[in-house]
Design a protein around this ligand. Structure first.
Ligand SMILES: CC(C)(COP(=O)(O)OP(=O)(O)OC[C@H]1O[C@@H](n2cnc3c(N)ncnc32)[C@H](O)[C@@H]1OP(=O)(O)O)[C@@H](O)C(=O)NCCC(=O)NCCS
Length: 175
């Protein structure tokens, strides 16, 4: 039987996280090792790993922003510094990334990680909403977000460049 565990990331997990990032995103839009290490050091509770029988098979990362006002495109920039925007007294959780190893996709693990992060963060912090940015082309991710009650706020034309250019969709759910 499969044993599924969800736990906070540690810096020692970085090689497996980079493997997940490589499998999940086009080379133009991958986060750097340094950005991930900073996220883990700064807010480990917001960076969860899903393990199947002890193997890291998925990750989700997040940070807490001060409030839902004045969210502009530059907030979502790749490689932005969590230390410049994260505040535990903030009102909005930003889910910055999510990835599952290819061989384990389509089995509900993405949804499970997402639900677990939302549950843990809303119990522990005074957040009143969750925000994220997804490419118009990432249909599996959009399905998870729509199923979890996210609604489109606005689009950022040309945000993603994966060889093809696509729109970024900013989505929010009030808690
Ligand atoms: C997005 C991702 C994390 C989802 O993980 P997962 O474990 O496969 O997700 P789940 O199994 O929980 O659910 C995926 C849903 O999308 C659906 N789906 C999968 N591929 C799809 C496609 N091409 N078109 C439409 N729906 C699709 C699945 O059928 C499932 O819906 P269902 O439960 O109603 O059948 C994974 O696909 C991934 O790592 N993708 C690359 C990185 C990425 O896009 N990250 C999102 C960043 S915003």
């Amino acid at each position: 039987m499969k044993k599924i565990t969800i736990r906070s990331a540690e810096s020692a997990d970085i090689d497996q996280i980079m493997l997940l990032e490589d499998e999940s995103f086009h080379e133009n839009i991958r986060e750097s090792r340094a950005a991930f290490l900073e996220r883990i050091a700064h807010f480990p509770e917001g960076f969860l790993l899903l393990e199947i029988n002890g193997e890291v098979c998925g990750y989700i990362s997040s940070e807490i922003w001060d409030g839902p006002e004045n969210i502009t495109g530059d907030r979502f920039t790749l490689g932005h510094r969590i230390s410049e925007v994260h505040t535990i007294a903030g009102k909005e959780l930003y889910v910055s990334s999510l990835g599952i190893l290819k061989k384990h996709r389509g089995k509900g693990y993405g949804d499970l990680l997402f639900t677990e992060l939302s549950g843990r963060m809303s119990k522990r912090y005074p957040i009143s909403s969750i925000i994220l940015l997804v490419s118009e082309n990432w249909l599996a991710a959009r399905k998870i977000y729509e199923r979890n009650g996210f609604r489109e706020l606005h689009r950022i034309p040309g945000f993603f460049n994966e060889g093809n250019i696509s729109e970024g969709i900013v989505m929010r759910r009030d808690l």
